[in-house]
Design a protein around this ligand. Structure first.
Ligand SMILES: [Cu+2]
Length: 178
């Protein structure tokens, strides 16, 4: 039986300072032994903002919900060389974004990734991302028991203009969009 650690597992392990090659191999083994895992995490309405030519980065957005507490530890996609989970935070009067090592999903609580808030940052884009395209995303979640679940989604690329809020816009002041 061959165990081939997936790219996402290795990528996730690399992003964790304490992880060693050994633990990456172990994670892959656990995944393989566990086989198809019952999906704990639901990903709703994933989308990616379209880019203009020469643009090197963009954002991916979606709603995440998990039956039990997990954290999003890694995202990968073939269209980008570097993928990070970012949060927006006020720094004085300026809204800035920064990478977070993991995004916590409390049990049964929808966590929304949206412009002006948490987002998946796709950097080092391999080419223009055009409206109407589909971008595959691989999300890796880790539970309190260290078990990992990989979820594949296909995100729809939406035009630059939609929705109005821009990445660098001030926002997130309790504006629930229900
Ligand atoms: Cu960002």
């Amino acid at each position: 039986m061959k165990l081939l650690p997936s790219l996402s597992v290795r990528r996730a392990a690399r992003s964790s300072a304490r992880s060693s090659a050994l633990s990456a191999a172990l994670s892959a083994t656990l995944l393989a032994v566990a086989g198809p895992v019952l999906a704990q995490v639901t990903v709703t309405a994933p989308w990616v903002r379209a880019t203009v030519a020469q643009q090197s980065s963009t954002g991916a957005f979606m709603q995440l919900k998990s039956a039990k507490a997990v954290k999003l530890v890694s995202v990968s996609t073939p269209v980008a060389g570097i993928v990070e989970v970012h949060e927006m935070a006020m720094d004085g009067q300026v809204m800035r974004m920064r990478a977070v090592p993991a995004l916590e999903l409390p049990a049964d609580k929808t966590v929304e990734l949206k412009p002006g808030g948490y987002h998946v940052m796709l950097m080092d884009l391999k080419g223009q991302v055009k409206a109407g395209d589909t971008v595959p995303l691989t999300l890796v979640f880790e539970g309190a028991d260290q078990k990992r679940e990989t979820v594949q989604v296909k995100a729809t690329v939406k035009p630059l203009g939609a929705p109005a809020a821009a990445m660098d816009e001030h926002g997130g002041h309790g504006g629930h969009q229900h």
